[in-house]
Ligand binder design. Structure first.
Ligand code: ASP
Length: 431
C-alpha cells in the first residue's frame, strides 16, 4: 500500500538524534550488545539466580509483537480503502492486471513452500521455545468452513479477531463501493465523497505513524530476545536461522528467474535489458526496504530505461506497489512453514493451502514500507494455529531479508508492467 505523502520531512527533522541513526545500524549495535550480554549471562549455561532477569529480557519483543498484531488489521483495512479511493484502474486492463497479480503471487508462494519443504531449514538446528507459549490450536483445512467463514458475523469482528480473510472481504466490499460512489459523484459534478477520502487518508497516515513508533522499538526487541536466547541456549538457534536465510534467498532467486522467463516469453522486452534498465529500482528497493519509496524510480526506469508505454508503466508500478508484494507473500509462507518445522508442528497439505490463501491476502494488505511483512505475518501464523511469539526471533533477521524481498516486490511490479505492455514495442508515435 502506498504511504501518504504528508508523513515525511517534518517528522524526520524533529526526531531525536538516536532515531536518526539508520535502523539497520541500530539493529547491528543491538545485536553486538545482546551477544555480549548473553555471553556474560551464561552463554547457554545460565545460573539460576539470573533466571528471572533473563526471562524478562523477552518483554520488549513481546510488546512489539503484540503491537504489530494489534496494528495488522487496521493497517490492512485503511490501506485497501485508501488504494481504492485514490487509484484509477481502467476496466479491461484492470481484469488483466488482477489475473497477472494473482498468478505471480501464487507462484511466489508455491516456490516458497517448495523450497521450505525441500531444504527443510527448520531441521538444521533448534530454536528457543517461546515464552508464555500460546495455546496452539490445530487448524486443518475445511474448504466449506473457510467459505462459510469468509463473511463475518459483524462488520467490526474481523478487526477484533484478526481474521485476515474476513477483513479483506470487508475492505474490498467497502473499497469497491466507495470507489463507485466517488466516480458517480464526480460524473454528477458533486464532491460529497471528499471528506470520507480525507478521513481515510488521515487514518492511514495515523496507523503508519504508530507503526513507525513500534518499528523504532525493534532494535530494543532484538537486543532483548537475542541476549535471552544466547544466555539460555548459546548459539545453536542461530544456525537454524542461517538455514532459513539461505532458504529464503534461494526461493527469492527462483522467483526472479520466473519473472525473467515471463518477461522473455510474454513481452517484447529482453530480460537483460529488463535487468540492466531496472537496476536503479532494485538497488533503491534494497537500500530503502520500501517499495513505496522506490515507486517513482520504478515508474521512471520502466519508461525511460526499459522503454515501456506510460499506461503499462503506471499500472504496474503504481497499482503494483499497492497490491503486488510477491516477495512478501513468499516470505510469509516460508516463515510459517519454517517455524512449524522448528517446533515440530507438522503442517499438512490442507494447512499449507490455508497458508497460501492467507499469505495472498496478507501480502495484498502489506504496506510498501519497511518491516510491513512482519506485521501481516502475525495473521498468517494465527490462521494455522502457529505461536506468534516465534516471530520475535525472525525479527532478528528481518532487517536483511526485508531488503531482499522488497527488491523482488519491485521486480514483480516491473514484470507486470512489461507483460501489460505486450509483445510489440512502443512506436515512435506512442513515445
Ligand atoms: N518492505 C516491503 C516493501 O516495502 C514490505 C515487507 O515488509 O514485506 O515492499
Amino acid at each position: 500500500m502506498s504511504e501518504p505523502d504528508t508523513i515525511t520531512s517534518l517528522e524526520t527533522k524533529t526526531r531525536p538524534w538516536w532515531l536518526r541513526i539508520p535502523l539497520t545500524l541500530q539493529i547491528a549495535i543491538a545485536l553486538l550488545l545482546a551477544v555480549s550480554l548473553g555471553i556474560a549471562l551464561g552463554g547457554g549455561n545460565p545460573s539460576p539466580e539470573n533466571a528471572t532477569f533473563i526471562a524478562n529480557l523477552a518483554i520488549p519483543a513481546e510488546l512489539v509483537l503484540k503491537a504489530l498484531r494489534a496494528l495488522a488489521t487496521p493497517l490492512i483495512l485503511v490501506a485497501v480503502l485508501h488504494t481504492f479511493m485514490t487509484t484509477t484502474i481502467p476496466g479491461t486492463a484492470g481484469r488483466r492486471l488482477a489475473v497477472l497479480l494473482l498468478t505471480n503471487t501464487t507462484v511466489a508462494i508455491l516456490i516458497g513452500l517448495l523450497v521450505a519443504n525441500v531444504l527443510h531449514p527448520g531441521s538444521w538446528g533448534t530454536l528457543a521455545a517461546p515464552t508464555n507459549a500460546e495455546a496452539v490450536a490445530s487448524h486443518s483445512l475445511d474448504p466449506w468452513g473457510l467459505f462459510k467463514d469468509a463473511v463475518p458475523d459483524a462488520i467490526l469482528k474481523p478487526l477484533v479477531d484478526n481474521n485476515v480473510i474476513q477483513l479483506i472481504v470487508i475492505a474490498l466490499s467497502f473499497g469497491i463501493v466507495l470507489r463507485a460512489l466517488k466516480s458517480e459523484q464526480i460524473a454528477q459534478g458533486k464532491n460529497a465523497y471528499q471528506p470520507i477520502e480525507d478521513v481515510i487518508a488521515i487514518l492511514f497516515e495515523a496507523v503508519i505513524r504508530i507503526l513507525n513508533w513500534v518499528i523504532a522499538l525493534v532494535p530494543l526487541a532484538v537486543f532483548g530476545i537475542v541476549a535471552k536466547t544466547v544466555a539460555e541456549k548459546g548459539f545453536a538457534p542461530f544456525q537454524s536461522l542461517a538455514a532459513f536465510i539461505i532458504a529464503v534467498l534461494v526461493a527469492l532467486a527462483l522467483q526472479a528467474c520466473y519473472y525473467l522467463t515471463r518477461v522473455q516469453f510474454g513481452s517484447w522486452v529482453n530480460p537483460i535489458r529488463f535487468l540492466m534498465g531496472g537496476s536503479d529500482a532494485f538497488m533503491t528497493a534494497f537500500s530503502t526496504s520500501s517499495s513505496t519509496v522506490t515507486m517513482p524510480i520504478t515508474f521512471e526506469v520502466l519508461q525511460t530505461k526499459i522503454g515501456l508505454r506510460e499506461s503499462s508503466a503506471s499500472l504496474g508500478a503504481l497499482v503494483g506497489a499497492n497490491f503486488n508484494n510477491d516477495g512478501t507473500a513468499l516470505y510469509e509462507a516460508m516463515s510459517a512453514l519454517y517455524i512449524s518445522q522448528v517446533i515440530g508442528q507438522h503442517l499438512d497439505l490442507g494447512q499449507q493451502l490455508i497458508v497460501v490463501l492467507t499469505s495472498i491476502f496478507a501480502s495484498v494488505g502489506a504496506a510498501g514500507i519497511p518491516n510491513a511483512g512482519l506485521v501481516t505475518m502475525t495473521l498468517v501464523f494465527t490462521s494455522v494455529g502457529l505461536p506468534t511469539q516465534y516471530i520475535a526471533l525472525l525479527v532478528t533477521v528481518d532487517w536483511f531479508l526485508d531488503r531482499c524481498r522488497t527488491a523482488i516486490n519491485v521486480m514483480g511490479d516491473m514484470t507486470v508492467s512489461a507483460l501489460l505492455d505486450g509483445k510489440k514495442p512502443r512506436t515512435l508515435d506512442e513515445a
